[in-house]
Every structure is written in structure tokens, then in C-alpha cells.
Design a protein around this ligand. Structure first.
Ligand code: NA7
Length: 563
């Protein structure tokens, strides 16, 4: 059976909206579509809700946004009752929260788990999407919404010999559900991004030996994860509505104001005192996650001050000078990768059972039956942990065969680099909406804030169009082109223009063959909010709306199952 065997134009819709993904974005999407009275179904390839948090169960997996702000807006009573016990939630705690949100909102009845979207095709005649699942089921919907996340397509490097490895191997983004013990084992960890930085100190506590394979050295700041009592949380909870509003206006989707200090105008002594204080409290990153002209994403002098401070901390923390030097990043600004926060990361390299291996100096050439072979050495290990990241921002869209009006897939449409209008839609893909799409701010933010931001906008757009009897929405090609030019200009106007120097996944450089272009919108969440408001006030400028042909509608027509 192919998609083109789908029922003829005019046959009924199975649902009004099909949503792919049951993480934070898909959950909110379901909640909002129900409020609009649209029949909605959600598919997820996982066996439960959680999205990223369903898959990332590796030891040490936590969010890098404080738990109290990593909450959804639409369950205010739950948020008041929910007790986060640490400043940064573990994957278990976040999943438990998500499950409770889903339970309270009775979401499960509309979600099909262990169901993967394999293809989707726009039919111009009936103005519907026909989607095909891996079980061969066809689902016809008016709207197709990809709430598939920015970090869903995990990447295991193409190392020869992996199939013959006799030990265990894991990718952090596909971690087993049953506990994985490392006691007494020799473990190789490949990758030192946000994930490697979390997993390495935890594994090292149990493993007989941990060998860390580092490619690009990173700047790691202390998370300063501390226990949180209900008393600590109360003042924040009392201000939740105001703080949520502030988060939508903040640069990073959190309510924290950017630092007022001009580091480059302070005396050396004063700025050292300030940075030391912030380092112990967990606030140094604030100089490189906001977009103001006096801060480190815009001003090289300020960036250099923060980067030098962290380099000094690495030298102070790592006992062995050669190891410290190998771990010290040079040649790119701090903050142009997502800021990495960790607990005891640099300290872990002072343990006797932890070794660092620089793959820049001595690359891995193959996996052997018993470990890893580099150009100059051989490492015998029992386990390999790949903390090697994702085909970020675009992978979850390009890995599915979604074809728009012209028959082109998203992958083909993006052959010269990703293109969207506001991160949300593409010309020639009517009624297809992306949440956390390239060209949007998602990965440069508290992603719960930005998914809600995008979904609120989209729901307004759909509601507005439907009120006019128009149920087909499509980005205008010109508006899309201008937006992508703006996205590029904004990146060029900041130190993000140097992201490629850090091999950042924001640019696609980490995926062989992927078009290298800075993908997210780097103007800040608050600026993006203002842009969305402005587009809304201007009658949803850049979104063309039309009526679907009104032909016979047979609601809920059963579809044959099977391939
Ligand atoms: P990242 O940030 O993409 O980090 C992946 C790490 O794996 C990084 O250190 C890479 O080095 C390294 N890597 C990737 N491929 C290889 C090979 N072939 N050999 C050696 N090292 C390799 O992914 P994470 O999962 O840590 O974090 C993703 C996001 O999740 C993060 O930004 C937060 O938003 C949460 P490289 O830097 O490319 O030289």
C-alpha cells in the first residue's frame, strides 16, 4: 500500500489535527487543539509520554533550566502542589511531572504510543494530509503538526567495527529503561557536550576505569544543583503568573533579568570578585545567554573576560596541568554552544580511575571486539557510551518522508539549508506546522517557554483563519525568504557567527553532509514574542489563508489497517 492509495479527495477526515510527538510540545499542542474543539490524535514512537525525557534516562540526566521554571503554564494548581526537590530536575522527576500533567488532562486517550510516522503527503484536491504509520495505518487530517523536538535523532558516529564489539554500547539518547550498572567495569565515554558532562562524573563513581574521548574542548560551568524545600520554592510559586510573563519577555525564556554590569568597564579586581561570586552561585552563564550589547554574546571583549575566567577555573580545578590544558577551549567564544553546566565535571578528572584522551590529537579509527583503536593506541573497555549528540533542529523533520504540494520532501526542500517562516511553516507545505523548527528560537531558550509561545501563536492563527471560513494556511514564500535573511543577519550580528569554530550542532557541522548554516533564531525569546505580536496585529502577515474545497465529508470513516 502506498500513500497514494489514500481515499479519494472528499472522503472524511480521521481527525482534524494529527500531532507527532508526545513531549512537552505535543502535550501542549493536544491541550490547545482540544480547547479549539478540534479532534486531535497524537502519535509517538516511544511507549510513553516525555519526548526527550522519555529517551534520555542516562545516569546524571537533568535539565539545565531550574525545575521551578521548567513547568507548563496550563496546570497552575498542579504547579503549586508539585514539589521539586532539587534546583535542577532529574529525568525521573521531569518525567513524573509530565506524566501527572498528562493524567490530569486525560491526554492518553488521544495518544497512540509505539507508533511512528513514516510518511505524509499533502493532497491539494481535498486540502488534507494523509499520514502513514509504521503499522501501515493511514490517517487523514486537515492539519499536521510536527512536535518532534529539536534533539530527537540521535547520532552514533559511523565507526567501523561497532557491530563486532563484544561489550555493551549505548547512546545516551536511547538509554535502556532497566538500570545499567557500571560497577567494576571499564567504560569509554565518547563526547563531552552537555550530555557527556552529566554522565561522566556519575559513571566514574562506579566504574573501575572511565576513559573520556574528547574532541572539541568545552567551557563547563558549575550547575550548583542544590536541594530545594517547599519553603525555598514558595516565593517563586506565589509569583508564578508574573514570572511566566517575564519569561516570555526574557532573552532565554526564563524570568531572570540580564546582568547590568559592564564587565569590560570594571576594574580587574571588581570583576574577578563578581565572577567568583557568581561562579559559586551558578550565575556566570548569565553573561552569555542574553543578547544585550554590553554582554558577551555581542561584545568580544566581554566574552574574552568570561572565557578567560573559565579557563582559569579549569586550570585551578584539574590537578594535572597537561590534562587541564587539553580540556581548555581556545579559538571560539564561550556561549555559542548551549552553555554546558555540570556537577563535579572538572573535579572528576582528578580521580585515579578517570583518563582523558583527546581525539583531536589521536582520532578513533575503529571499534575492535574489545574496545577502541585510535591512530596511536588501543583501549580495552567493557562498555562504550556514545554521548555524541543529535542531528539537531532538522533531523526529526528530514528523517520522515513528508511531501508538500510540489511533491518535494522537507529534506529536499531544505537541500540548501533549512528554511521556515518564523520557525513554524514553509511555503508549499500547507497546514504543516513545525514546533521548535529551525528559524525559531527553541534551542536558545527554555524550550517549554518557546514551545508554548509558538503553539499559542499557531492556535491564534488557526482560530482566526477558521473564523473566516479558511482552513488552509501556508507561509508566503517571500515572507519565508525575508525571515531567513533576518535569522542570518541576527546571527551575524552576534558572536553566534563563530559557532562553526566550536563545531556547534547549531550549525549542522556535527552531521557529515549536512548543510552548514546557523539554524536557530538568535534574537532572544522576548524579541521573538514581540515579532509574533506584531505579525498577529498585522493580520498574520506572511501567512496565506484559503478555504479547502468543500466536498462530501464522511466523518470518522474507518481506514483499513495493514500494509
Ligand atoms: P552535543 O552537544 O552535540 O555533544 C556531542 C559530543 O560528542 C561533542 O563533544 C562532540 O564533539 C562529540 N562527538 C560527536 N561525534 C564524535 C566523534 N565521531 N568522535 C568523537 N567525539 C564526537 O550533544 P549533547 O547530547 O551533549 O547535547 C545536545 C544538547 O542537549 C545540548 O546542547 C543541550 O541543549 C542538551 P565536537 O564538539 O563535535 O567536536
Amino acid at each position: 500500500m502506498t500513500l497514494h492509495d489514500a481515499p479519494a479527495a472528499g472522503a472524511g477526515l480521521d481527525v482534524d489535527a494529527l500531532v507527532i510527538g508526545a513531549g512537552f510540545a505535543g502535550m501542549y499542542q493536544l491541550y490547545r487543539l482540544r480547547k479549539l474543539g478540534l479532534r486531535t490524535r497524537v502519535l509517538d514512537r516511544a511507549a510513553g509520554i516525555g519526548g526527550t525525557w522519555y529517551w534520555n534516562r542516562y545516569p546524571g540526566a537533568r535539565c539545565d533550566i531550574p525545575s521551578l521554571f521548567y513547568t507548563v503554564s496550563y496546570t497552575p494548581e498542579l504547579n503549586q502542589k508539585w514539589q521539586w526537590t532539587e534546583r535542577f530536575g532529574t529525568h525521573e522527576a521531569i518525567r513524573a511531572y509530565m506524566e501527572e500533567v498528562a493524567r490530569q488532562e486525560d491526554m492518553h486517550r488521544d495518544i497512540s504510543f509505539e507508533t511512528t510516522l513514516v510518511a505524509a503527503d499533502w493532497d491539494e484536491g481535498s486540502a488534507t494530509w494523509t499520514s502513514m504509520t509504521d503499522a501501515g495505518e493511514r490517517i487523514r487530517s486537515r492539519y499536521l503538526i510536527m512536535a518532534t523536538g529539536a534533539l530527537s535523532e540521535s547520532r552514533v558516529p559511523d565507526l567501523p567495527g561497532l557491530g563486532g564489539f563484544k561489550g555493551r554500547w549505548f547512546h545516551t539518547g536511547r538509554w535502556p529503561h532497566e538500570p545499567v550498572g557500571f560497577t567494576g567495569r571499564r567504560v569509554a565515554v565518547i563526547g563531552t557536550g552537555s550530555t557527556g558532562v552529566q554522565v561522566i562524573p556519575v559513571v566514574a563513581q562506579d566504574a573501575a576505569e572511565t576513559i573520556v574521548f574528547q574532541r572539541t574542548p568545552k567551557f563547563v560551568l558549575p550547575a550548583v544543583n542544590v536541594p530545594m524545600t517547599e519553603e525555598d520554592a514558595r516565593p517563586v510559586k506565589e509569583m508564578y503568573p508574573a514570572l511566566r510573563k517575564a519569561a516570555r519577555r526574557g532573552d532565554y525564556g526564563t524570568p531572570f533579568p540580564p546582568p547590568a554590569e559592564h564587565l569590560d568597564e570594571m576594574s580587574v579586581q571588581d570583576r574577578e570578585t563578581l565572577l567568583e561570586d557568581l561562579y559559586t552561585k551558578g550565575g556566570v552563564g548569565s553573561f552569555v545567554v542574553s543578547y544585550h550589547d554590553h554582554l558577551g554574546l555581542k561584545k568580544q571583549e566581554v566574552n574574552d573576560i568570561v572565557a578567560d575566567f573559565v579557563r582559569k577555573k579549569i586550570r585551578e580545578t584539574v590537578d594535572d596541568p597537561a590534562t587541564a590544558e587539553t580540556m581548555t577551549p581556545y579559538g571560539y567564544p564561550i556561549g555559542i554552544n548551549r552553555i554546558i553546566i555540570g556537577t563535579d565535571y572538572y573535579e572528576t578528572f582528578n580521580r585515579d580511575n578517570v583518563r582523558l584522551h583527546s581525539v583531536l590529537d589521536d582520532p578513533i579509527v575503529e571499534v575492535t571486539a574489545t574496545g577502541l583503536r585510535t591512530q596511536n593506541a588501543e583501549f580495552e573497555v567493557d562498555d562504550i557510551i556514545f554521548a555524541t549528540g543529535y542531528d539537531g533542529m532538522t533531523g526529526s523533520f528530514t528523517s520522515v518522508d513528508v511531501r508538500g504540494r510540489t511533491g518535494k520532501t522537507i529534506r529536499e526542500y531544505w537541500a540548501d539549508g533549512p528554511s521556515t517562516y518564523l520557525g513554524l511553516q514553509m511555503a508549499d507545505f500547507p497546514n504543516l506546522f513545525l514546533i521548535t523548527g529551525p528559524g525559531g528560537p527553541s534551542v536558545l531558550s527554555n524550550v517549554i517557554t518557546t514551545t508554548e509561545q509558538s503553539i499559542d501563536f499557531l492556535m491564534g492563527l488557526i482560530e482566526h483563519a477558521r473564523a473566516d471560513g479558511l482552513d488552509v494556511i501556508e507561509a508566503d514564500a517571500d515572507a519565508e525568504r525575508r525571515w531567513m535573511e533576518h535569522v542570518a543577519d541576527v546571527a551575524q550580528g552576534s558572536l553566534y557567527r563563530d559557532s562553526y569554530k566550536a563545531n556547534s550542532w547549531y550549525t549542522g557541522l556535527n552531521v557529515p553532509g549536512k548543510k552548514v548554516v546557523f539554524m536557530p533564531y538568535a534574537g532572544g525569546v522576548g524579541t521573538f514574542e514581540t515579532i509574533l505580536e506584531d505579525v498577529t496585529a498585522d493580520d498574520y502577515r506572511g501567512f496565506r489563508r484559503s478555504a479547502a474545497a468543500r466536498t462530501e465529508v464522511v466523518p470518522d470513516q474507518p481506514q483499513p489497517a495493514g500494509g
